[in-house]
Write a protein that binds this ligand. Sequence first.
Ligand code: IPE
Ligand code: IPE
Ligand code: MG
Length: 254
Amino acid sequence: MALPFFSSTSNIPDTSAVPRHIAIIMDGNGRWAKQRFMPRVMGHQRGVESVREVIKACTDMGVEYLTLFAFSSENWRRPADEVSFLMKLFLMVLEKEVSRMHQNNIRLRIIGDKSRFDDNLNRHIADAEQLTANNSGLKLTVAANYGGRWDIMQAMHALSLAHPERATAFGEEELTPYLSMHYAPEPDLFIRTGGEQRISNFLLWQLAYTELYFTDILWPAFGRAALEAAIQSYQHRERRFGRTSEQLKGTGDA
Ligand code: IPE
Ligand code: IPE
Ligand code: MG
């Protein structure tokens, strides 16, 4: 297993730079469609265009990691026809977009409990991950049937299986290699579109010290300019990770 990143809570990233890792809850598709008197699923379809635009913008700006929440472990509670549309859309996007992603040097990974997807979808996921495995550009992660609590539990399970002799007394840094996003530093910037101010079981462990940004813009209307506004807000934050402002500025008692 690759060496994990040290928790980003132990060193302070330079906020004047572009964030290394941006994680987004893409919310508001249904409302976007309803405002236009269209069925909710049209919002999901239009949302794919925003995904494309944000990927392109992140590539241009030199963001290293982009993580998108596409389907939560709770989204199975939606009407069956909406769930089935979303699964089909996911498959279609994989079929249509992966070769272009590969051409653009993007490395794609899917995180989440894939055991609930059908074989065909799982095959496409595995193929896409394999095809792009050696790409060195944007590290794109799509969270699908993902839940932050599920992630912590599966990591704990894997960790205890690896050390059957030690049922207790694990350290935090021992768990991180088993979390789904062990390959990435923790997100610097979290964005949620659609106006709700909650985490909705996204990356619970990893968001511990992430800068949070909420916008009322509905996901299908979110694009490059909106992303730039979020990054600008990030660049005015002071990340302290428990320290005092004086310590960071090198004034006062450090
Ligand atoms: C986010 O948009 C997409 C998914 C959760 C799959 P929503 O479908 O939640 O849109 P709203 O929040 O109902 O407007
Ligand atoms: C969160 O959106 C999940 C995704 C965007 C995939 P939801 O719209 O499902 O969130 P809640 O349930 O309203 O919090
Ligand atoms: Mg929603």
